[in-house]
Design a binder for this molecule. Sequence first.
Ligand SMILES: [Zn+2]
Length: 203
Amino acid sequence: MLVIFGTRGRSHTIGSGQFYCPREGGDRSYEHKEARRYFTLFFLPIIPLDRLGDYIECTSCKSTYYTNVLEAPTGATIQDVMTQAIRHVAVALTVADGHVDAAERRVATDVVRQFANVEYGEADFDDDLNNLNPAHLVDNLEELGGILNDHGKEAVLSASMRLAASDGSIDPTEIAVVEQIGEALSMTPAHVRGVIETAADRS
Ligand SMILES: [Zn+2]
């Protein structure tokens, strides 16, 4: 009897999840694939041999990537971090002048809702007032600074100026907090000043 044997590469899925597909520019599902060489008998893979490597395949466009593509944050992650950050910014700026009035609470909830595009009411803001410590704002924003582009950073700073102006005046303690926010986002002082002046002219 003639025995036909040989080897052949074959890949199988060893994991899956959500990632940011660079080719499509959006969040997609991926499969983490491992390629192995198999010993084949009558063309059927029988015994796994050496590992050829692993890669990430987008289930939507079928593009393949090195596994480090998973290190980039997904859009959903960025959205989560931005929502956390703007809520924290809203608390820090509302308490910066030592009191919280009705107008400030209204503007704070509006700014968070519009900026993060989430459901957020005054009860949520009151929870945040109790739970988010303004002293931890800088740490929270430094994480955000790493994943936001310049446009995103300016948006956070403009929203901060809207919050600072919410009680009818922008006082030096509020400006100081806005400057801290810019610094934590690793914006240059000149860039921060530009955004502050543009926002102050508008209000
Ligand atoms: Zn894709």
